[in-house]
Design a protein. Structure first.
Length: 329
C-alpha cells in the first residue's frame, strides 16, 4: 500500500488574496492622511472628481498595456451600480460629511458599512454569517467606536454631517455588494477601471469647480489629490476587487476594520500626532476583531477524503449552496 506524503495531502495556502487585502487596507489608511491636505484646498465634489480622473487615467493605461479589453456583458450591471454608488456617491458625500462632523464621528458612522455589507451579502448573495465573523465584527466595531470617541471634538457635529456619513456607509456597502457578482464575469482590473470611469462621469458636474480650484490650490494639495487617485483608488480598489473575488463581501468588510488602527499609527509616524491611550486601545481592539473574524476553526479531514481546494483558487461564481473560497486572512 502506498502512502501519500503529508505535503501532498495538505494544500499550500495561496498568499496572493491576503496580500491584496493587506495592500488595500494600508493604502486606504494612507488616504486619510492625504485627504487632510487636499481637502483644505478642494471642495468635496472637486476632490472626488480629481481623484477619480487620476485613478481612471492610471487604470486605463494599465488596461491598455495588458490588453484586457472590455469585460463581458454580464459584468456591466454590477460595474455601473458600483461605479455610481461607491466610486461616485460615496466619495462625494464622505468628503462633504467630514466637513460637517469631526473625524472621530465620521469614522464611527462610516464603519457601519462593513456590518451592512455582511447583512446584504447574506440576504442578496447567499453568503454565510458565521459566529466568528459576527463576533469579530462586533469587537472591531466596538474598537472603531472607542477610536472615534477618543478623536471626537467638542460639539463639532451637525445633523447634516451625520446623515451624510450614514449615506456614505450605505453607498459603500451597496457598491461592494453590487461589485461582487461582476467579478465572476470580468477581471479585477476591468471591473475597477470601468467602475472608476463611471464614477468620474457621475462627478463631471464638478468639473468647472475643479478647474477653478486647481488654479489656486497649492502644489502639495494637488499632489495629494493625484496620490489619492493613483494609489488609494487605482491600486487599492484593484487589489480589493482581486481579494473580493476570492472571499465573501462580509469577510472583506470585516478586514477594513484594520484601517482605523493603521491610520492612528500613520498619523503618529508621519504627522507627529501622538495618540491618546484610549485611541491606542481602540485600535488594538479593531485588530483583535479582524483576527477573530478572519480566523478559522479546526477542520478534521477523514482518511481517504479529497483534499480541500486551496484558498483563492479558481474564479467560479458563488451560489448560496456552494462552499465559498477562503481568502486565507
Amino acid at each position: 500500500m502506498t502512502t501519500t506524503p503529508a505535503s501532498a495531502a495538505v494544500p499550500r495556502r495561496d498568499w496572493r488574496a491576503p496580500a491584496a487585502a493587506c495592500t488595500t487596507v494600508v493604502l486606504w489608511a494612507s488616504a486619510f492622511v492625504s485627504i487632510r491636505s487636499a481637502g483644505g484646498a478642494y471642495s468635496p465634489g472637486a476632490l472626488a472628481l480629481g481623484r477619480l480622473l487620476a485613478g481612471a487615467l492610471t487604470l486605463g493605461v494599465i488596461l491598455l498595456v495588458r490588453r484586457e479589453g472590455l469585460p463581458a456583458r454580464a459584468a456591466w450591471p454590477g460595474i455601473v451600480k458600483s461605479g455610481l454608488l461607491w466610486f461616485g456617491l460615496y466619495m462625494v458625500v464622505l468628503n462633504w460629511g467630514e466637513r460637517e462632523v469631526d473625524a472621530g464621528t465620521a469614522a464611527m458612522l462610516v464603519n457601519i458599512g462593513p456590518i451592512l455589507m455582511a447583512v446584504l451579502g447574506a440576504a442578496l448573495l447567499g453568503e454565510s454569517l458565521s459566529r466568528r465573523l459576527l463576533t469579530g465584527m462586533g469587537v472591531s466595531f466596538a474598537g472603531a467606536v472607542v477610536v472615534g470617541l477618543s478623536m471626537s471634538g467638542h460639539g463639532g457635529s451637525s445633523v447634516l454631517g451625520v446623515l451624510l456619513c450614514l449615506l456614505a456607509a450605505v453607498a459603500y456597502a451597496g457598491g461592494v455588494i453590487s461589485q461582487k457578482p461582476s467579478l465572476s464575469y470580468g477581471s479585477p482590473l476591468q471591473v475597477t477601471t470601468f467602475g472608476c470611469l463611471i464614477g468620474a462621469a457621475g462627478c463631471l458636474p464638478f468639473a468647472g469647480v475643479l478647474v477653478s480650484e486647481a488654479a489656486d490650490a497649492p502644489a502639495s494639495a494637488t499632489l495629494n489629490m493625484i496620490y489619492l487617485g493613483v494609489f488609494p483608488t487605482a491600486l487599492a480598489f484593484t487589489t480589493w476587487a482581486y481579494a473580493l473575488a476570492r472571499t465573501t463581501a462580509g469577510r472583506m468588510g470585516a478586514t477594513t476594520y484594520a484601517v482605523p488602527a493603521i491610520v492612528v499609527l500613520m498619523s503618529w509616524l508621519l504627522l507627529d500626532e501622538v495618540p491618546a491611550p484610549l485611541t491606542v486601545a481602540g485600535g488594538l481592539l479593531c485588530l483583535v476583531g479582524v483576527a477573530v473574524s478572519r480566523s478559522r476553526g479546526r477542520r478534521t479531514a477523514a482518511p481517504g477524503n479529497r483534499a480541500e481546494r486551496p484558498s483563492g483558487e479558481g474564479h467560479t461564481p458563488l451560489t448560496p449552496t456552494a462552499r465559498e473560497p477562503d481568502a486565507g486572512k
